[in-house]
Design a protein around this ligand. Structure first.
Ligand code: MTE
Ligand code: LUZ
Ligand code: MOS
Length: 757
């Protein structure tokens, strides 16, 4: 079973936005961006470009027919800046021209006079200045204030984690054209077709039914197109609406890196208390999220940081507070894990520092505090079908950890310049959008008279293999050959009011809707088969491998014949079905509820070798026992886990997003922003946890898109453990990514100086 797109991908036949064959008269849009991070717009001077040959139109905020507002959760982001700019890369004007180069050159020549205002890039400085995106949130369990006296060890500290560039292969872009009745059709590289539709309608002051959004597939999103694909699609739509011509806009890689938001950097303070038995008694944590200049998805991401602040541990007394801080960077956005990794990195850091103080291995604390059946998470949900300890124990046994640890110790005793480190990392990730209302999806299934089947859902294929999973669901439910099943583009006219393809939930939500729709059709077909075969009872009829069976016995009636005759009898061969996750809710006043359909668990063990002279390192292995539920496509699921692990390791180690003091992005190309490649990528061994059936997942499986990303956190601590072997008494600061440069600084700073990172 392989990804539906694979053959077309390798032949170069798959279409992305930029590959669609374009009509005559196509125009190109280019964007004029703010080159200052904060200031008042005094004047926009387009006189130099207006008369240039090939320029069709220049648009600024005042040309917007509707509301100049693209904010999703908070209405705080203009499509085109009108009076004020708040980050470098903020769109100010749109140039539409006959060709791309003319449009781009002209966009650069627009003179924008901006009066400087002070720039903030640091979350804590924004917090001190009172610049918050939304009011803070606090999750409480037990009583933290009273618990410290029961602790034998209390450790406090600060943890930093950095941003991350999504680096989807297909950059942001869209294509829009006018359709009959002053409507617009948009082909967009988005994870959220309905968001594009809704915001375009708002900007153009049209009803949503006038806007059709179509997504053939996207060349990766990783969360970067959950909210931030919208602006580019709307810009195209606005230009097409105004010019009455088709318009295309595709960002260059550098433009994309500069103008779009990234994973949120966080800076956090923790206090952790343990008793002599290594049990964590209390944990208090404050998160400062660097949201950038507008809300985007930051409030939802902040919330997930709180949901995952204790990772896969049970801690009886917890107080976690989170601030979303407004800075002059491009609005940061969704990225695989959605704030979860940032929260989990802090508890792992706290445990690491506690182990250091207690003179024991971090894994002893991790193991002693793993969450068990019926333990309560800080948000009130109880752990059910909890596989934290099982995956940990299985990983220890399967990968002979005692011996590995001994070998590492021997290696480190023998070698002065090379040191090895090992770290455990358990994960626990909640599945469902934390905003309960978003957990809905639908499917539209047609059986055509030749027996072929078409499936439309809200799911966007972005390389994660969701279309193949949807096809499997249809093929198994109808019991027909998979070649008969086609997944269609994701389209707002066929499937309305969709949630984005996100939160790792696309296969569960859209898959369940598909299963239901197929079952609806199947029931009608069985009834029809009973009539055709002159049988009274429908209940003993089955379709197996394209043949109708009665009482377990093969009949002469084939799928093709059944479909054809059912159609002649005027029976509906289509079904639209809707699915909403049952039994989930969350009360944001009490900050308690049952927000997740289920949790995904697993344990990874990561080994690294550090070259202590040069500061460089190589991960030797990542060994995992992961709870996939009952996987119905192990190849895709393994691929998702491997990709996520490498992306997680990259975030923790070599990927460093840097800005100068004027908030200008310094790492805006692949020569300055390092990402994992073949040489970086270690051997990854993954065992599928056995005998696990997830009642809440599609076909008893578990969601896989995001959870394994968090195994990457173990890479950070593997490196830290290697550094500790080289320099046992140093008190290293916790600051990711731990680039080779930081490794060197940590290893060779003067002994009496505080270690910088
Ligand atoms: N895999 C590929 N190849 N490309 C992607 O863009 N996005 C990830 C994950 N895996 C992504 C990916 C993210 S952030 C999410 S939320 C899930 O896929 C979304 O798809 P799913 O719900 O079908 O798992
Ligand atoms: N997107 C979202 C997400 O809107 N809500 C979520 O809870 C979420 N979780 C993970 C990834 N994207
Ligand atoms: Mo993924 S961050 O939910 O797109």
């Amino acid at each position: 079973m392989k990804n539906y797109d694979i053959e077309r991908h390798v032949r170069g036949e798959s279409q992305f936005v930029d590959d669609i064959s374009y009509p005559k008269g196509l125009l190109y849009a280019a964007v004029c961006y703010s080159d200052q991070a904060h200031g008042e717009i005094i004047n926009i001077d387009i006189s130099d470009v207006e008369q240039v040959k090939g320029i069709k139109l220049i648009l600024t905020a005042k040309d917007i027919p509707g509301e100049n507002q693209i904010g999703g959760i908070v209405p705080d982001e203009e499509l085109l800046a009108e009076y004020k700019v708040e980050f470098i890369g903020q769109p100010i004007a749109i140039v539409v021209a006959d060709d791309q180069l003319t449009a781009k050159k002209a966009a650069r020549k627009i003179k924008v006079d901006i009066k400087d205002l002070p720039i903030i890039t640091d979350a804590r400085k924004a917090y001190e200045a009172g610049k918050l995106i939304v009011p803070p949130r606090t999750f409480n369990l037990g009583n933290v204030d009273d618990c410290w006296k029961k602790c034998d060890y209390i450790i406090q500290g600060t943890v930093e984690s950095g941003g991350q560039e999504h680096l989807y292969l297909e950059t942001q872009g869209a294509f829009a054209y006018p359709v009959e009745g002053r409507g617009i059709k948009i082909i967009s590289s988005t994870q959220a077709p309905t968001a594009v539709q809704r915001v375009t309608a708002r900007i153009l002051n049209l009803a949503m039914h006038k806007i059709e959004v179509d997504v053939p597939r996207i060349g990766g999103g990783f969360g970067g197109k959950e909210d931030q694909a919208t602006a580019w699609a709307v810009i195209c739509a606005l230009a097409a609406y105004k010019t009455k011509y088709p318009v295309k806009l595709i960002l260059s890689r550098q433009e994309d890196m500069r103008a779009t938001g990234k994973r949120h950097p966080y800076t956090s303070d923790f206090k952790i208390g343990l008793n002599k038995k290594k049990k964590i008694i209390g944990y208090e944590v404050t998160f400062y999220q660097n949201a950038g200049a507008a809300a985007d998805l930051s409030p939802a991401i902040l919330e997930r940081t709180l949901f995952h602040c204790t990772n896969s541990y049970y801690i009886p007394n917890v107080k976690a507070t989170a601030y979303s801080c407004k800075t002059n960077l491009p609005p940061n956005t969704a990225f695989r894990g959605f704030g979860g990794p940032q929260g989990m990195f802090v508890i792992e850091s706290a445990m690491y520092k506690a182990a250091e103080k207690m003179g024991i291995d971090t894994s002893e604390i991790q193991n002693a505090n793993l969450i068990k059946e019926n333990d309560e998470f800080p948000y009130g949900q109880k752990a059910e079908n909890c596989n934290a300890l099982i995956t940990w124990k299985r990983a220890e046994a399967k990968y002979s950890i005692k011996k590995t640890k001994d070998d590492i110790k021997k290696f480190n005793d023998k070698n002065d310049m090379y040191k090895k480190g090992i770290a455990f990392i358990p994960i626990c990730f909640g599945i469902s959008f934390t905003n309960t209302s978003m957990n809905q999806a639908s499917a539209l299934v047609h059986v055509y008279t030749d027996g072929s089947v078409s499936v439309s859902t809200a799911a966007v294929e972005m390389g994660q293999g969701v279309n193949e999973k949807i096809r499997q669901i249809a093929t198994e439910t109808l019991s027909i050959n998979i070649d008969r099943i086609k997944t269609e583009t994701t389209n707002t006219t066929r499937i309305a009011n969709t949630s984005p393809t996100a939160a790792s939930s696309a296969a569960d939500l859209n898959g369940k809707a598909t299963e239901q729709a197929c079952n609806n059709i199947l029931e009608r077909l069985k009834k029809s088969a009973a009539e055709i075969l002159n049988l009274k009872a429908v209940k003993n009829i089955e379709i197996k491998n394209e043949i109708v069976y009665h009482n377990g016995k093969r009949t002469k009636l084939s799928w093709n014949e059944l479909v054809k005759q059912t159609n002649l009898k005027r029976v509906n061969l289509s079904s639209h079905s809707f699915y909403a996750t049952p039994n989930i809710y969350f009360d944001r006043e009490k900050e308690k509820g049952n927000p997740f359909a289920y949790h995904v668990y697993g344990t990874a063990i990561i080994e690294v070798t550090v070259d202590c002279l040069r500061g460089i390192y190589k991960f030797d292995s990542v060994k995992v026992v992961h709870d996939f539920g009952k996987s119905f496509n192990p190849i895709i699921d393994r691929g998702q886990a491997e990709g996520a692990i490498v992306q997680g390791l990259g975030w923790m180690t070599i990927e460093e997003v840097m800005h100068d003091e004027n908030a200008r992005l310094l790492t805006d190309s692949l020569s300055t922003y390092k990402v994992p490649d073949m040489h970086f990528t270690p051997e990854i061994e993954i065992e599928f946890l056995k005998n696990v059936e997830n009642p809440m997942g599609i076909f008893k499986s578990k969601a896989i898109g995001e959870p394994p990303f968090m195994y990457g956190i173990g890479g950070y601590f593997a490196i830290m453990n290697a550094l500790k072997a080289f320099r046992p008494n140093a008190d290293f600061k916790i600051s990711s990514p731990i680039t080779p440069e930081k490794v060197l600084l940590n290893l060779h700073s003067k002994i009496d100086e505080p270690v910088t990172a």
